[in-house]
Write a protein that binds this ligand. Structure first.
Ligand SMILES: Nc1ncnc2c1ncn2[C@@H]1O[C@H](COP(=O)(O)OP(=O)(O)OP(=O)(O)O)[C@@H](O)[C@H]1O
Ligand SMILES: [Mg+2]
Length: 230
């Protein structure tokens, strides 16, 4: 039986600002199995990033249940959440979010500073991750010395360096030219197929969604029934 990696039940998120209430997500029941490559699509403002942030425990739901890798996220303390996320989830952002004053190697090493690994082990792991994304010859480069596609590959190396089971990517190709975007999609597909990572990728791009094994659609905070489902 395939293992469930993400399970949400009636998951809702409401933002309250002044007198405005915005329902970003409403009653979302999502199930993602281990080894799936999921594309999350939907118009701007439909709640895609909100859902990804809830799965990554970067934000808390207003109501509903959310279990990720067997962990009920509502039961984790703030301190436990940071540790849980660091061990289990690699997050890739549209705008890369690398630290400009750190080299590629130092950026990738960063998540390992929260682990018991020694300096040399951290470097070895970071080098391995950078080689895997094809940047073994750019270890000492700073983000500004890299192309957008290379920066995103550093960000992916940073996301996988702790060997998380789950990779979450929010429009990872949104800031890239077509060729670099294609490289990143192939890399995510390889992490999924070769390394067994479960991937959830937000995208606007139907071409990018074709790399996924499952496509979910959000509209106005609701998850649409999947094609072919009753
Ligand atoms: N921190 C916040 N405070 C208030 N409202 C928010 C906040 N974050 C998101 N929202 C609102 O929640 C809704 C969903 O936003 P979200 O960012 O999840 O959409 P999205 O599908 O990722 O859109 P896009 O494709 O433009 O990135 C929007 O109406 C947005 O304005
Ligand atoms: Mg978004």
């Amino acid at each position: 039986m395939s293992e469930t990696v993400i399970e949400t039940r009636r998951l809702s998120k409401e933002y309250i600002r002044d007198e405005f209430h915005i329902t970003a997500l409403q009653d979302v029941d999502l199930e993602v199995k281990r080894g799936e490559f999921v594309a999350l699509m939907g118009p701007s403002g439909s709640g895609k990033s909100t859902l990804l942030h809830l799965i990554a425990a970067m934000d808390v739901p207003t109501s509903g249940e959310i279990k990720v890798l067997g962990q009920d996220l509502r039961k984790l303390s703030d301190r436990a959440i940071a540790r849980w996320r660091n061990e289990n989830v690699g997050f890739v952002f549209q705008s890369f979010n690398l630290i400009p004053v750190l080299t590629a190697l130092e950026n990738v090493e960063l998540p390992l500073k929260l682990t018991p690994l020694k300096k040399q082990e951290r470097i070895d792991h970071a080098v391995t991750a950078l080689k895997l994304v094809g940047l073994g010859d750019r270890l000492g480069h700073y983000p500004r010395q890299l192309s957008g596609g290379q920066e995103q590959r550093v960000a992916i190396a940073r996301a996988i360096v702790t060997d998380p089971a789950l990779i979450l990517a929010d429009e990872p190709t949104g800031n890239l030219d077509a060729a670099s975007a294609e490289d990143i999609l192939h890399l995510l597909a390889r992490l999924n197929q070769e390394f067994g990572k479960t991937v959830v990728m937000v995208t606007h791009d139907p071409h990018a969604a074709r790399f996924a094994s499952v496509v979910h659609h959000l509209e106005k905070g609701r998850l649409l029934p999947m094609n072919g489902n009753p």
